[in-house]
Design a protein around this ligand. Sequence first.
Ligand code: DGL
Length: 265
Amino acid sequence: MNASAPILFFDSGVGGLSVLGPTRALLPNAPIVYAADSAGFPYGTKSEAELAERVPALLVKLAERFRPRLIVIACNTASTIALDHARAVIDVPVVGTVPAIKPAAELSRSRVIGVLGTEATVRQPYVDDLAARFAGDCALVRHGSPHLVNLAEAKLAGREIALDEVRAAIQPMVDAGPEMDVMVLACTHFPLLGAEISAAFPSIRQVDGAAGIARRIAFLTRGQEWPSSPPAGIAVFTAPPPAGLGQALAHFGLREIKLLGDEAD
Ligand code: DGL
């Protein structure tokens, strides 16, 4: 394995940064390409058919362009719909992101768990399957919130987020299960609002899969060569990114910003 071969993270927008963070903590010298399908954003309101076609096609293009050692679909929506399709057409390991229902069920005392994702994710049979396997004795309240995805994007672009907006986006889920003591952040955008969600719902614990995915990436790349110091990461977008994002990207080590297909890159 060439030491400079990157790990490629993929999401519709900035959500995958919540997975990149713990991965960089474990693998500080890993070369990173972070790809955001800003032209296709948001994914959560799209159909299964559209995503099952779009995501693998884009990943093939990104793999040809950046030759990654491993791809992380750092998006629950894309993973629950298109992970198998992507694995079928790509010849490097592809790690997905699935709702952390198992750890949530292990933590819950009240046995009422919220699953907060996109509208597309919460309706997936994949979620039914996880619920049946790991949370059979729990009541699962599923809630899709496109607005919360937009709030996470806005926060990373430097906008001040009103706590009331975060509370209002989640309140219907809590009203549907007042005993809820754990919520699964089943969209990678939502841990980026973790502080705001805690402030709005201090008695409900949040669980997400990011740390587990980081450990999985470290496991799959064990023994491989890395550069001797942290290289500058690359952020690549499929349409011009929102203004104001540069600072957040730099915070995650992404210092170069490109447009996919831009011949000048
Ligand atoms: N970050 C994504 C997820 O984990 C999708 C957000 C969106 O584009 O709707 O589901």
